[in-house]
Design a protein around this ligand. Sequence first.
Ligand SMILES: [Zn+2]
Length: 413
Amino acid sequence: MRINSERLLGDMRKLATFGKDGSGVHRLAFSKADMLAREWLSSRMSEGGLDPILDGVGNVHGKTRATTRSVLIGSHTDTVPHGGWLDGAMGVIYGLEVARCWREQGDLNLGGVDVISFQDEEGAYLSCLGSRSFFGEVKSEEIQTASNSEGEPLSEMIRLAGLSGRALARHDPEREIAYLEGHIEQGPQLESQGVRIGVVTGIVGIRRFTITIVGQADHAGTTPMSMRKDAVAVLMELGTRLFQDFRNLGSPETVWNLGNIVISPGAANVVPAKAELSVEFRDTTPEVLTRLEAAVAEAIGHLAASSPCVVESRPVLNLEPAAMDPALGRALHQAAEDHGLSHMAMPSGAGHDAMVCSRHLPSAMLFVPSIGGRSHDVAEHTADEDIVNGAQVLLTAVQALLGHEPNFLGHGK
Ligand SMILES: [Zn+2]
């Protein structure tokens, strides 16, 4: 089975005209551009032999007609402010194209391909709103209290978009046997290693803390070094130690960031009275995250006991890693192999709708190279050939999945 590359690229370029922003796209969830894009997507689904609905939170869900069993393929069509044209959008059009190809060239008796564009993955109002709603994870209070950075309430945006009272698209465990998502890598690894297809092993979990060090402000000229309660001296020691610990205790895939440091009073001639430091680390393995968290606690305990300052840590974010389904991963590797495309297993350092989906049904993700690793910016781009390759690999994997025994999936999880 072959992808129709002209139709695929044509639809992607058309979708990029909604909210066009130079070489990128500005299409925030529930904006006019976003809602127009969703209407356009619905009509393309109808033309492609799917029955689309625009649901009560803005998800566009298209089921292949006359089928009772399906592989669900999708992603999101909302973007970050002044974002790229591929993040999310590519994965949705992949779904549309694979669904069309399966209808034209496949066997609908074996099942079909359903397509979804989840709403607000990027979290203008509520991160992964659409996918969480699809799996019944969103409480109505969350919708009532969420608002964007301008303070505009989500409930009001839903009303203004004309979605109030619409039914919610919901996961059907009898129908959907797997979720697949194609996405740009949004990082430099595939390009720098010259590999065409990335198969995601898991989506990283995140632990984030704010560490506060409280000392005492004094005259920086008259206070002897031995008598100072210098918050920055402790901060520097802590930072160095954490970098060492993370390097020693993390996996080869672990990443970390001490991304924000605030020092007060912040004057050249005053001994710093207070320092605040953000610490974040990510990995796909829960044990690694636990180990690094223990290292942070130990470093803080050590400095609190050995320095003249008060050192405390407060957890800010705790996101569990999401494992992708190994059987689906093998199907993606095999499909890449079938097409003579180089492929590698890799973690995803960014969050995706597949993270939510993997909690409810076997899920997998495929990456294609991002030029220069750029993303969340209008500079985001991927070569046409790589875009087509990704869709082709998905189609071949779907062929294998729908042709297989129903209990093929979910094993070895
Ligand atoms: Zn995305």
